[in-house]
Ligand binder design. Structure first.
Ligand SMILES: Nc1nc2c(ncn2[C@@H]2O[C@H](COP(=O)(O)OP(=O)(O)OP(=O)(O)O)[C@@H](O)[C@H]2O)c(=O)[nH]1
Ligand SMILES: [Mg+2]
Length: 224
């Protein structure tokens, strides 16, 4: 018998897009809800990310084309669970929020559950990253998508996410997802998630003004 939509015994699958996260991954994987399957998308890492993930019991798929969106998309089409979680592989987002987000989707309160970052210490969210984010979120709200962050964590039904037809394969991916979900009339719930320093390794985006600008450029194209 196949699993029912509301079968509470079937956990969602956690997709972790990872570019050079070998240092952070052991901590990240150990903190995830017990028994939930994990799919690490190794986005062309050169630091042994895939080996570390496999040794810790995760399933690994390699996506050589760089880009956050490319990694997430490959995760979606490779995963098998009905409901999926997309979370960063750097340990910056507290996975304690995942069960409540998943319940929203499983119980039918939401088509998409997202998280909004709440910094847990001064300095974890640099001003340039935070400012760009606030502008984007305000634009989304003006378009009727009631969010306060660009959905750094997401839970939804896998098939529905694929059907949204998101085309961006870089850092515009989460924003395009929200725009398309809003246009499709999806019900969205938003949960606070503790945002902290990455569990190891090096920041590639918000740790520098250049990284923030690159992310802003990917997103700005979608809002024109
Ligand atoms: N930067 C970057 N991250 C990727 C890519 N592909 C997958 N990822 C992963 O996507 C997740 C989110 O990345 P970010 O949090 O935006 O990048 P970061 O390097 O952690 O930089 P911060 O903004 O400092 O958090 C991390 O788990 C990355 O390893 C890619 O092409 N570039
Ligand atoms: Mg990060």
């Amino acid at each position: 018998m196949s699993a029912r939509h509301d079968d509470l015994t079937v956990p969602p699958e956690i997709i972790l897009p990872c570019l050079d996260e070998a240092e952070a991954l052991p901590t990240v994987l150990a903190a995830l809800p017990a028994g939930w399957p994990v799919l690490v998308v190794d986005n062309g890492s050169t630091d042994g990310t895939g080996e570390v993930a496999a040794a810790a019991g995760a399933r690994v798929v390699v996506e050589p084309r760089r880009g956050y969106g490319a990694a997430v998309h490959t995760g979606l089409v490779t995963a098998t669970a009905e409901i999926v979680v997309v979370l960063d592989g750097d340990g910056s987002l507290d996975p304690a929020v995942l069960p409540a987000m998943t319940d929203d989707v499983r119980d039918g309160r939401a088509d998409l559950a997202v998280a909004r970052r709440v910094p847990s210490a001064a300095g974890v969210w640099p001003w340039h990253a935070r400012a760009g984010n606030a502008v984007i979120a305000a634009m989304l709200r003006r378009r009727g998508v009631a969010v306060h962050d660009i959905a750094p964590v997401r839970v939804a039904r896998r098939a529905a996410l694929i059907d949204l037809g998101i085309a961006d394969r870089a850092f515009g991916y989460p924003l395009e997802l929200l725009l398309r979900a809003g246009a499709a009339g999806w019900r969205i719930t938003e949960h606070p998630v503790a945002y902290r320093a990455r569990a190891g390794g090096r920041s590639k985006v918000s740790g520098s003004v250049a990284g923030s600008l690159r992310a802003a450029r990917d997103m700005a194209g979608l809002l024109r």
